[in-house]
Design a protein. Structure first.
Length: 387
């Protein structure tokens, strides 16, 4: 999986957010280091200066490269000869847009956690800035980098399922079945706050993952949708359960369910796609296996790295079949593929085609349009809305 960098050094990584008490920041740091392509050298790790400084010290970041704000970090790192090559943004959603724009305006490439931002307008501005600057931008929809997901995508593209008829994707969780945002649960606090999470609760947090996964594998985006959007837990300000019907330009039909009040579910992302020649099914909690059921043949259980897997499915494999790979490795695949892209960019080279599957601003904009359409449909009484 890992490649040697032609820069003769690791890529210099900065980070916005991800300080003490944060979950996703540590995930990004593990992913960045797994294939030894990055070195974390700078950070604006918290909006609280004392927490930012303490977090930087724990991560062995020099004190002169621990910043009180992402604005200062962008300005000062851009002025350094040894400044960061790329910045990872791992904050709550409301800071994605200003942090990303600060880095792009300073000439710094960006890796941003999903969703891209808070609104379609913000997403369009980020997309315009990326186009204007020519900088690279990655959005960490990590499930797209699971080897079996990439294998599924290639199978669809190769026509093994035939013409796609049905797309079903679900992402149930149960961790917000009570009003946990009223406790000291930091992860729930901001996800239930419209000022920090944006238009969608479960919709923005996990519904965007489900939407992106279905698009990535099927090669299609919905043309219209009809959504039932609920806040089932009394007093909750954002949705915690959404059920969506989708229609596609080719006549295919789809369903998407995202819930954070489905008691008993942990991280139940599951995708089913059916064409006129066969169907496939993949579940995130069993990521190393995929079921393929051809119309006129025996059902097959495909395994990560196993016999018959194609080049795209093998691209992100690190260990032999039977040794589980999943969440952290999916993130790492995105970081390593982006490293290949960035090294090629910095050296006027060309990255392998397999490294070009990393989601970016296009997928981020699609995600925000999806969220906006779902919210509009639900607000107006579960009516059909064109995307």
């Amino acid at each position: 999986m890992s490649k040697q960098t032609s820069l003769g050094r690791r890529l210099r990584l900065g980070m916005v957010g991800g300080g003490q008490g944060a979950f996703i920041g540590a995930v990004h740091r593990i992913a960045a280091r797994l294939d030894d392509r990055y070195e974390l050298v700078a950070g604006a790790l918290s909006s609280k200066p004392d927490v930012a400084a303490a977090s930087a010290a724990e991560l062995f970041i020099d004190s002169d490269r621990s910043y009180a704000s992402f604005e200062d970090m962008a300005k000062q790192e851009a002025a350094r000869e040894d400044g960061i090559d790329v910045c990872a943004i791992v904050t709550p959603n409301h800071l994605h847009f200003p942090a990303a724009m600060a880095m792009l305006n300073a000439g710094i490439h960006v890796i941003c956690d999903k969703p891209l931002c808070m609104t379609v307008d913000e997403a369009e501005k980020i997309a315009a800035k990326v186009k204007e600057t020519g900088l690279l931008f990655a959005l960490t929809h990590n499930y797209t980098a699971y080897p079996m997901v990439r294998e599924a995508r290639q199978m669809v593209a190769d026509g093994k399922l035939g013409n796609i008829r049905l797309v079903q994707v679900e992402y149930p969780q149960g961790w917000m079945a009570t009003k946990v945002e009223d406790t000291d649960n930091k992860q729930a606090n901001w996800r239930a706050d419209p000022a920090k999470a944006g238009m969608g609760g479960a919709l923005g947090d996990i519904g965007t993952h489900a939407h992106n996964l279905a698009n990535f594998v099927s090669g299609m985006t919905p043309s219209e949708l009809c959504a039932d959007v609920d806040a089932i837990v009394e007093g909750r300000k954002l949705d915690d359960n959404v059920q969506i019907l989708m229609r596609y330009e080719n006549g295919a039909r789809g369903m998407l369910w995202a819930s954070q009040v489905a008691i008993g579910h942990e991280n139940g992302l599951r995708l089913r796609i059916y064409g006129d020649k066969g169907g496939l099914e993949w579940a995130q909690e069993h990521p190393n296996h995929m079921h393929f059921r051809p119309l006129d043949g025996r059902p097959e259980l495909l395994t990560r790295g196993g016999a018959g897997i194609g080049a795209e499915g093998l691209h992100g494999v690190r260990v032999p079949p039977g040794h589980p790979e999943g969440y952290l490795e999916g993130f790492a695949n995105l970081y390593t593929d982006f490293a290949d892209q960035l090294v090629a960019h910095l050296t006027n080279g060309k990255a392998d085609a397999a490294a070009m599957l990393v989601p970016g601003v296009k997928e981020g904009l699609e995600g925000m349009k999806f969220v906006e359409a779902v919210v509009r449909s639900g607000r107006d009484g579960a009516v059909w809305v064109k995307m």
